[in-house]
Design a protein around this ligand. Structure first.
Ligand code: OAD
Length: 227
């Protein structure tokens, strides 16, 4: 069996109706990351940041995994994702490494406890910790923050040891996640990119499938894996 590792970004969830960050209709066209997705922004205005996350949680709560999530789940490969929406897991993927956290988890800025919270919409903004009543934050990685070390180390180990590194729906411009295809390539993997648009990863990809995720993943499975 081929040693395959998958890296995904917001594009894999686009067909589920979840906006991507960059591009024509991307979130960063209408919102400023420095006002919504940094520790400083949260210190300045936790209510505003939480209103934005509450809005995104509402969109994600109504979304269903799409064909790409489902096909990828059937491959039984490890999926490294930058997405915080949990749709790979909902599609049945057994092993998902979340590099940027999960929007359905919260962490207390006071006692440090982290736990799941599926309340949609949130009753109280900003929400408070159920243990100590401290201010909660989304358990996601913001700009300027470190990625969870164990997740990043495992992702790097997998990139270094796989035969095929499949990249689906990421612009590849946010580091360190965006470096993983380069690490895989340097260590001898074939890099396959599925993305309707060109990215920095396209330059080093051995195969580029210029399709949306659902069509692209189906093509990949049919032509590369002969399944
Ligand atoms: P981006 O929004 O930067 O990129 C989405 C990519 O998906 C683009 O390259 C699109 O061309 C592609 N795309 C759009 N529709 C698609 C479709 N239907 N099928 C396949 N691909 C499609 O999203 P990410 O690369 O995930 O980080 O962004 C990386 C990180 O930047 C995010 O995790 C987030 C963001 O700021 C943090 O919040 C820390």
């Amino acid at each position: 069996m081929l040693n395959l590792v998958v890296l995904t970004g917001a594009g894999v969830s686009a067909e589920s109706g979840i906006p991507t960050f960059r591009g024509k209709e991307g979130l960063w066209k209408n919102f400023k990351p420095e006002e919504l997705a940094t520790p400083e922004a949260f210190r300045r205005n936790p209510k505003l940041v939480w209103e934005w996350y509450d809005w995104r949680r509402q969109i994600i709560s109504k979304a269903e995994p799409n064909k790409a999530h489902k096909l990828l789940a059937q491959l039984n490969a490890v999926i490294i994702t930058q997405n915080v929406d949990g749709l790979h897991q909902r599609a049945g993927a057994k092993k998902v490494i979340e590099l940027h956290g999960n929007i359905w988890r919260v962490r207390c800025t006071n006692c440090g406890k982290e736990y799941e919270n599926y309340e949609v919409p949130l009753r109280e903004i900003p929400p408070k910790c159920k243990f100590c009543n401290g201010l909660l934050r989304p358990a996601v990685v913001w700009f300027g923050e470190c990625l969870p070390l164990d997740a990043l180390e495992e992702a790097e180990r997998l990139a270094k040891s796989c035969e095929v590194f499949l990249v689906v729906g990421t612009s590849g411009v946010v580091y360190p996640a965006g470096l993983l295809p380069f690490v895989a390539k340097q260590h001898g993997a074939k890099v396959v990119e599925i993305n309707p648009e060109s990215t920095p990863i396209s330059e080093i990809a051995d195969i580029v499938i210029r399709e949306k995720a659902s069509v692209g993943v189906e093509k990949f499975i049919r032509t590369m894996l002969n399944l």
